[in-house]
Design a protein around this ligand. Structure first.
Ligand code: ZN
Length: 306
């Protein structure tokens, strides 16, 4: 799995570097491209003189940037595991403290990832779901969508994410079964080994956005980490927190179980950012690497810019 983890792309676009503060029509440098695989995340950075706010868009999804040190704004962007490979244009809009707007764009090159796949045939399997069950499934999908539509505007998380349990991966991200020649939906999270009753830890700081019992995912919990970033925890036995609770990284939020449509105990862990379903281990590994960079020591004089 580690072989396919690409180096985190640090993306720097200079917005109107050079001209005096507040001068209109500053020249924008041409944005270069950044490569990212399906189901992965990329850190975007924008810097420029006197910026007060930066925001990008990926399709209809908003990507908020947050101010860091030395006037650099950063954002995390995710690419859905089923995103079409090819070029995606990410328009970026910046506002200066003088109130002027500047625009540029980042070109994302989405690369196809070869997810693990397994094909097999079985004598006609499941009975189709009853209309009652189908209605429940639709209702629950809407419930999840409405939770994913309202994220806290501020970034609640900090630093690399933790794996919520110590157990290894039993079913990888993106894994797809082809049964009787029909491809099933890909696996949108990772399954982690977790004997019944294992303590499940919050992967990072956040707020409990959803707690409930669902047809497929059983007892499920969604954490909102702010800025459109969520982690999900499925097939739980018991919740330790309520909707709306403020959570710190490492807090026990639930006990693992085998609720919902599963054949054995495990924890299904997922992540979602700007509407993209991404491998949650991206948040563990790439953010760990990016926090190794010496950005904190960069407290230079003349700062005071937030
Ligand atoms: Zn799973």
């Amino acid at each position: 799995m580690s072989d396919c983890i690409t180096k985190i792309a640090i993306w720097l676009v200079l917005l109107g570097a050079g001209p005096a503060f507040g001068e209109p029509a500053a020249k924008l440098s041409a944005a270069r491209s950044v490569e990212v695989f399906q189901g992965e995340i990329v850190e975007l950075k924008i810097s420029g003189q006197g910026l007060s706010a930066v925001e990008a868009k990926m399709g209809a999804e908003r990507i908020p940037f947050y101010p860091g040190t030395a006037g650099v704004f950063t954002a995390l962007a995710g690419v859905d595991l089923e995103a079409a490979p090819g070029w995606a244009k990410v328009p970026v809009k910046a506002t200066t403290r003088a109130g002027t707007h500047r625009q540029t764009r980042i070109m994302l090159k989405i690369k196809a990832k070869s997810f693990q796949q397994e094909s097999f045939s079985v004598p006609t399997e499941f009975e189709p779901f009853s209309s009652e069950v189908l209605e429940r499934i639709r209702r629950e999908q809407k419930q999840f969508s409405s939770v994913f539509a309202v994220s806290a505007p501020q970034r609640l998380w900090d630093g690399p994410f933790l794996s919520p349990v110590a157990g290894g991966v039993t079913s990888p991200f993106g894994f797809r079964r082809v049964i009787n020649g029909i491809p099933r939906a890909p696996h949108t999270g990772v399954d982690l080994k977790a004997p019944l009753g294992t303590e499940v830890l919050a992967a990072n700081h956040g707020r409990v956005a959803l707690v409930g019992d669902f047809f497929f995912s059983g007892k499920s919990l969604v954490l909102d980490h702010g800025g459109g970033l969520y982690t999900t925890y499925f097939h739980l036995a018991e919740f330790k927190v309520d909707t709306g609770s403020e959570i710190r990284k490492g807090d026990v939020i639930a006990l693992s179980g085998m609720t919902g449509r599963v054949t054995g105990p495990h924890l299904h862990w997922g992540a979602r950012i700007n509407g993209a379903r991404v491998n949650p281990f991206e948040l563990v590994e790439k953010l760990a690497r990016s926090s190794e960079s010496p950005r904190q020591s960069n407290a230079r004089a003349g700062g005071g810019e937030n």
